[in-house]
Design a protein around this ligand. Structure first.
Ligand code: PMP
Length: 430
């Protein structure tokens, strides 16, 4: 039997596995039948019973061009015929160098010129934090030690990245062990802080993901950049979710003409194929690490710049160019907006927040009254949507829709229809 053909997946899973963000009393309950995903094609995933579902959250916000894209598949296979992994500590390889050049070329000349690879969104943020601290130590400003993040922020789950997190459910209980970061709700609050000891401000630009797809006011990011410049504070952008076209531009910060001091990229970097992340920064930051061994950045992971990941990322960037992905996405974002506006008409859809090809659909009992947390309305709506051929996950009572760029118009309409039917079924008509 080849992997994927086993009928034992569910019993083995329930016997041995521990899933992320999962209460296993519910998962392991006899009546819970986990969905076993075995294959995918384009915007569709297939389960072990052969049913197809639209991948409504792009496999947790990662996949861009669809599953089994022939160019990414071929690029990974070609690299596999050379070598799967080699160390990046003390060695280099052609694909990492090429990918670095291509990532740098996505930015205005001589802005973000250095690329540091790691494994996932959390580590991409961690790298930026350590670089920022060490930069100030090595440029005569050891007093710049404070980090400021925003209420509702989510930057990953490792201890460092989660220190910046502003969602108590995820991060609260670990606060004793996390480094002290300050949280502000707005730019006005940021302005009230003493700035001379701040190392960096960290933000998810344009839209906070895990907070429930919360949009920042237009112009806020550009203002934040101006404030950072005026006070000599470094700006770290976490584009782990928003990067690589999600907002309609290659990077969210382009909408406001902002270039950060650091950008954290992951999820879509490989087109959603493999765990690879990149932290880009400027020559100014990089130069501060030149000198004796004590100026070295002592940070790295075993799989840094994994060649298979680099091959996937290069293929993904080639698809952007060759298939004019961003140009083709623009009309689809407009269609998405029209379909979301129709969904908004339903009585229990209280708000729809859209940023490019990202949407948060908030459900409430009435305008003034949210559902009770133990009603698990978001979860129930997603389970109902599954019966109608759509896979996605809620953030509490906000349903996330984040389709792949390759989704066809009929598939996009079907996804919205499935969600609309699910909302009717679970929330009722009045
Ligand atoms: N930053 C943001 C904005 C994210 O949305 C996420 C993950 N959802 C992360 C960081 C962490 O990424 P990862 O799960 O790859 O560590």
């Amino acid at each position: 039997m080849t992997p994927g053909e086993s009928n034992d997946t569910v019993p083995l899973d329930k016997a041995h596995l521990w899933h992320p963000f999962t209460q296993h009393c519910d998962w392991n309950a006899p009546e819970h039948e986990p969905l076993v995903l075995v294959s995918g094609q384009g915007a569709v995933l297939h389960d072990s019973a052969g049913r197809g579902y639209i991948d409504g959250n792009s496999s947790i916000w990662t996949n861009l061009h669809g599953h089994r894209h022939p160019k990414i598949d071929a690029a990974i296979r070609a690299q596999l015929d050379r070598v799967a992994h080699t160390s990046f500590l003390g060695f280099t390889h052609p694909l990492a160098a090429e990918l670095a050049r291509e990532l740098v070329a996505l930015w205005p000349t001589e802005t973000l010129t250095r690329v540091f690879f790691s494994d996932n969104g959390s580590t991409a943020v961690e790298v930026a934090l350590k670089m920022a601290v060490q930069f100030w130590q090595q440029t005569g400003h050891p007093e710049r030690t404070r980090f400021v993040a925003f209420t509702g922020a989510y930057h990953g789950d490792t201890m460092g990245a989660s220190s910046l997190g502003g969602i108590a459910t995820f991060h609260g209980r670990f606060s004793t062990w996390q480094f002290p970061a300050e949280h502000v709700a707005s730019l006005a609050e940021l302005r009230s802080l003493e700035a001379t000891t701040i190392a960096a401000v960290v933000i998810e630009p344009l839209i906070q993901g895990a907070a429930g797809m919360r949009l920042w006011p237009r112009g806020m990011l550009a203002e934040l950049r101006r404030w950072c410049d005026a006070h000599g504070v470094l700006l770290i952008l976490d584009e782990v979710m928003t990067g690589f076209g999600r907002t309609g531009r290659m990077f969210a910060c382009e909408h406001e003409g902002v270039v950060p001091d650091f950008i954290a990229l992951a999820k879509g970097l490989t087109g959603g194929y493999l765990p690879l992340a990149a932290t880009l920064t400027t020559e100014r930051i990089f130069n501060a690490f030149l000198g004796g061994p004590e100026r070295t950045l002592y940070y790295g992971h075993s799989y840094t710049a994994n060649p298979l990941g680099c091959a996937a990322a290069l293929a993904s960037l080639a698809i952007f160019r060759d298939e004019h992905v961003l140009e083709a996405l623009a009309p689809r974002i407009e269609l998405f907006a029209r379909l979301l506006a129709e969904l908004r008409q339903q009585p229990h859809v209280s708000e729809v927040r859209q940023c490019g090809f990202i949407a948060g659909i908030e459900l409430r009992r009435t305008v003034d009254e949210p559902y009770l947390p133990d009603q698990m309305i978001g979860t129930k709506v997603c389970l109902a949507a599954r019966q109608h051929g759509l896979l996605t996950r809620p953030i509490r009572d906000t349903i996330v829709l984040m389709p792949q760029y390759c989704i066809t118009e009929p598939q996009l309409r079907a996804a919205l229809k499935a969600l609309s039917t699910a909302v009717h079924e679970v929330c009722g008509h009045s």
